[in-house]
Design a protein around this ligand. Structure first.
Ligand SMILES: Nc1nc2c(c(=O)[nH]1)N[C@H]1C(S)=C(S)[C@@H](COP(=O)(O)O)O[C@H]1N2
Ligand SMILES: [Mo]
Length: 154
């Protein structure tokens, strides 16, 4: 993974890789922890209002209210310290990297969320469940990762 590069595709993949909205969290020592919706529902819930998914080449969608859990809370639940970056990847090859500073002590409106609710309804798999929402990214939607399959702490 040392040569990992963010993807530059602007053709959003329309089809989810696999059917289940599950993901694995991989710690720096390579141990894997499986997560599903039921587990996310046991963590503190958060709602982000007025989120747009913006991209060049196609119209923005929104505003959406996304519900889910803070990525920070999921990571802290698994491992408090000894990581500085996290890769959030979909099994379709898409993904993004976030630093600890982007997740720690940020204001509510900048909170990075693992979303599974949109406008009060469960996100369908087609709509991206479980979907990363990075509110500070408003250019190309390249960090709005649908179908999160793997989260790797580094
Ligand atoms: N897993 C995955 N997530 C993705 C993409 C993708 O191809 N695969 N495309 C991104 C891009 S470039 C855009 S514009 C948005 C589109 O989101 P939407 O399908 O909800 O409109 O998803 C983003 N997240
Ligand atoms: Mo995009």
């Amino acid at each position: 993974m040392e040569d990992w590069q963010p993807p530059h595709s602007h053709d959003p993949n329309p089809e989810p890789p696999g059917l289940a909205p599950d993901f694995v969290l991989i710690l720096p020592d390579k141990t894997e922890h499986a997560y599903d919706l039921a587990q996310l529902q046991t963590l503190p819930q958060i709602e982000l209002r007025d989120v747009f998914i913006r991209s060049t080449g196609h119209p923005a969608t929104g505003p959406f209210t996304f519900g889910g859990v803070r990525l920070w809370d999921v990571l802290q639940h698994a491992m408090r310290d000894e990581w500085s970056e996290v890769d959030v990847l979909s099994n379709d090859g898409f993904g993004t990297r976030l630093t600890r500073a982007e997740l720690e002590n940020v204001s509510h409106i900048d909170t990075v969320v693992l979303a599974y609710i949109r406008d009060g309804k469960m996100l369908t798999r087609q709509q991206g469940a479980v979907r990363l929402v990075v509110p500070t990214e408003t250019d190309e939607a390249l960090r709005q990762v649908k179908w999160v399959g793997k989260i790797i702490l580094r």
